[in-house]
Design a protein around this ligand. Sequence first.
Ligand SMILES: Cc1cc2nc3c(=O)[nH]c(=O)nc-3n(C[C@H](O)[C@H](O)[C@H](O)COP(=O)(O)OP(=O)(O)OC[C@H]3O[C@@H](n4cnc5c(N)ncnc54)[C@H](O)[C@@H]3O)c2cc1C
Length: 308
Amino acid sequence: MLRGALLRLSRSNKIKNVVTTAPVTSGVVERFIAGETSDDVVMVIRRLVAAGLLATIDFLGEDTTDRSQADAVVVAYLDLLTKLREAGLSRSAEVSIKLSALGLHLRDGPQLALENAELICRAARMADTTVTLDMEDHTTTDSTLEILRTLRKEYPTTGAVLQAYLYRTEGDCRDLAEAGSRVRLCKGAYAEPESVAFQDRHEIDKSYVRCMKILMAGTGFPMLATHDPRLIEIALRLADDHGRRPGDFEFQMLYGIRPTEQQRLARLGHAVRIYTPYGTDWYGYLIRRLAERPSNLRFFVRSLITKN
Ligand SMILES: Cc1cc2nc3c(=O)[nH]c(=O)nc-3n(C[C@H](O)[C@H](O)[C@H](O)COP(=O)(O)OP(=O)(O)OC[C@H]3O[C@@H](n4cnc5c(N)ncnc54)[C@H](O)[C@@H]3O)c2cc1C
């Protein structure tokens, strides 16, 4: 119930204004967000790479309401990709993009989001790296997968995200478990209705395992995005069963979450990619992280109280 309420708050502009203008939170925000500028995030990526990790970088922002905002997101990614190349980090860091930030919900949204995504994919290729399309709420799944299909004709390394909480995802995994296809599997972070998604955590975990089996048995490149110790253990067993060596799949985790486990897996020789968000528009992302773990929320509320 708390999770649902928080996820609804992540979409409330009123609460967003209260939280983001309060003189608070720097501790909580810093734990999950790698700074406000591209220079900040490049510095963080340098540190992650030096520690043997890989990265995917998200310029924070979603649900763009006009074209100029979508254009600004494209410009931010182009700037970031240039800086990554100049810093010699682009082989270790790719970028993650949200189609709603590129205009998906505007007039002619799918076409606009596609054109903007193409600009970023082209810049990523020039920088010697690639792009993964984040997955947002279920109303965008079809259009996101459609845009993915189009992008992959010209940019075949473009990655997709599938969410285990959706009933449809086993089928999507089957469709995408093909050679050259990069698929990030996560549990799913949005408040979804019972008509489209499992609600029970245990059912979501079971779905994750079924989806992971399909991806690991397939010929694509599975990117297993979870911090869940049981799922990580099952992933390692499945990799053994399917003769996948480190490098034939990767683990992905969020910046600031279970850093010791990130290091442990990397020391075992596994590819571990850290999803690293930056920017000033951190509200929606932060609230989803708080919703995942009540102790984060307590920490956040405590910092609100002590800073005021
Ligand atoms: C690389 C990456 C990319 C993602 N991209 C997307 C996307 O495109 N679309 C989407 O809907 N979702 C995305 N997610 C979020 C995902 O769907 C989950 O909401 C999130 O990863 C938590 O699920 P979990 O598998 O870690 O399992 P959980 O059962 O939530 O957590 C397992 C354990 O991990 C730790 N943990 C998990 N979350 C937190 C937290 N916030 N703070 C502290 N500890 C925590 C705790 O120890 C917890 O017990 C992404 C996640 C990752 C790692």
